[in-house]
Design a protein around this ligand. Structure first.
Ligand SMILES: [Fe+2]
Length: 444
């Protein structure tokens, strides 16, 4: 059986535990999870107990994150890490280029070189903040044609993986997730994982969030339900790798303060037999997003499409929001229905998972799946000329927008491009042209 077939078989019928931010517990072997205490004198079945803290011990209960892992070998048993090539991964602070006020747009990444796994295919577009200060975020893209054999963990932040092409089997310390295009997977800070391919190639986006972990946004007057519903988030159940007493060499790569470090363990670190806690990976199907919108006139600001938000110390001001433009009805009367012209103190990176986005024409040289646009702080953007003309003249009968799935990483600080992104062959030249020809219609 090929690697892909094997991974597909594993991914079929995976079990999950549901909910967002709640306390999960799972054991792959009955009796592996201690009852009534976290660290009994001898953990069950000869396992080692280990706490993984995703927040300071003393953070308020609402923000506190930790999981208890019961594993075959403690994580502490490893050889020294040594620096390894960062590949195309870059980290905050981003200083390779000066922040650019211009509107930028990229085509998809070119195909990867044969033998590229998820980590080797991780390509940083830009970001903000400082990884060592746990502030800001980075925008990465990935392309791969091979499953990882090594294991990766990110000390610098959590990783929100947004597949655009090709389904992924993500094996984590806490168990396995399947994430296909239209779904997103989140790997919490520090959790080790391996990405295996369920299709011949894979491509997508990653938001690396250095700041406070993503949470669901408050709903205010929307009420108790809506947007992304907590029960639709799926955490894995415990699953472990055990190579017996003999073990096997496994490369473990750790991203730490912007650099990649490597160590070869004599066993797989994905050896957690049971766990409980709330610092957990999860997967979410964006098609389950409950889209809220206007049923009279105008449309709400796109914050109403927020799936996940990373709060800052200032209420309402996110380090980064993850926003989805999911299929929805437009019924506004006397309303320009596509997203309006806009200048924003927040900075917006937009990507497209499938189809088209209602404010931009698709097709070659346009806003295409796998590509992305960056509209930095106060840069003027909005519908292109073609969209403006069409929407201004459209008959306003109810209309279903159902041919695309776009998303946005919206962040409080400008995104500075990496050198490789600013000089990329797939950076579109002449993006400004889409707003050319918006004619002077003023007739006083
Ligand atoms: Fe905007």
């Amino acid at each position: 059986m090929s690697g892909i077939e094997q991974a597909r078989k594993t991914a079929e019928g995976l079990a999950y535990s549901t909910g967002f931010g709640n306390e999960h517990s799972s054991e792959a072997v009955p009796g592996a999870l201690p009852i009534g205490r976290n660290t009994p004198q001898r953990a069950p079945l000869g396992l080692y107990a280990e706490q993984l803290s995703g927040s300071a011990f003393t953070e308020p209960r609402a923000h506190n994150r930790r999981s208890w892992l019961y594993r075959i070998r403690p994580s502490a048993a490893h050889p020294p890490f040594v620096r390894t090539d960062n590949g195309a991964v870059r980290s905050a602070p981003f200083t390779e280029t000066v922040p650019d006020p211009n509107r930028l747009r990229w085509d998809p990444l070119p195909d990867p070189a044969p033998g590229t796994d998820f980590l080797a295919g991780l390509w940083t577009l830009g970001g903000n903040g400082d990884a060592t200060q746990r502030t800001g975020m980075a925008v990465h893209l990935y392309h791969a044609d091979s499953s990882m054999e090594r294991v990766f963990s990110d000390s610098d932040g959590e990783l929100l993986i947004v597949p655009e092409r090709g389904a992924l089997l993500v094996r984590t310390e806490l168990g396995m997730l399947r994430a296909a295009p239209g779904e997103v997977a989140l790997i919490p800070r520090g959790v080790r994982f391996r990405v295996e391919l369920l299709d011949a190639t894979a491509r997508g986006y990653v938001c690396e969030n250095y700041g406070r972990p993503f949470v669901l946004p408050d709903l205010g007057p929307i009420g108790a339900n809506g947007l992304a519903n907590a029960r639709d988030f799926r955490a894995p159940v415990a699953a472990y790798e055990d190579d017996g007493d003999a073990g096997r060499p496994v490369e473990v790569v750790n991203k730490f303060c912007g650099n990649l470090w490597s160590a070869t363990y004599d066993h797989s670190p994905l050896d957690v037999v049971a766990w409980h806690g709330n610092h957990v990976p999860y997967v979410y199907d964006l098609r389950r997003f409950n889209v809220i919108g206007s049923i009279s006139y105008d449309h709400p600001d796109p914050s109403v499409f927020t799936v996940l938000t990373s709060p800052s110390d200032t209420p309402g001001l996110a380090g980064v929001d993850f926003v989805v433009f999911a299929p929805r009805w437009l019924v506004g009367e006397d309303t320009f229905r596509p997203p309006y012209f806009h200048r924003n103190v927040m900075s917006e990176y937009m990507g497209l998972i499938e189809g088209a986005y209602d404010a931009k024409s698709a097709g070659k040289g346009g806003f295409v799946a796998g590509g992305g646009s960056l509209h930095n702080m106060m840069s003027a953007h909005g519908p292109d000329r073609e969209t403006f003309d069409r929407a201004s003249a459209a008959e306003l009968k109810p209309q279903k927008i159902d041919d695309g799935l776009a998303f946005m990483f919206e962040t409080r600080w400008p995104v500075t491009a990496t050198g490789q992104a600013a000089g990329a062959g797939h950076l579109q030249r002449g993006y400004d042209d889409v707003w050319e020809g918006l004619s002077r219609n003023f007739r006083p």
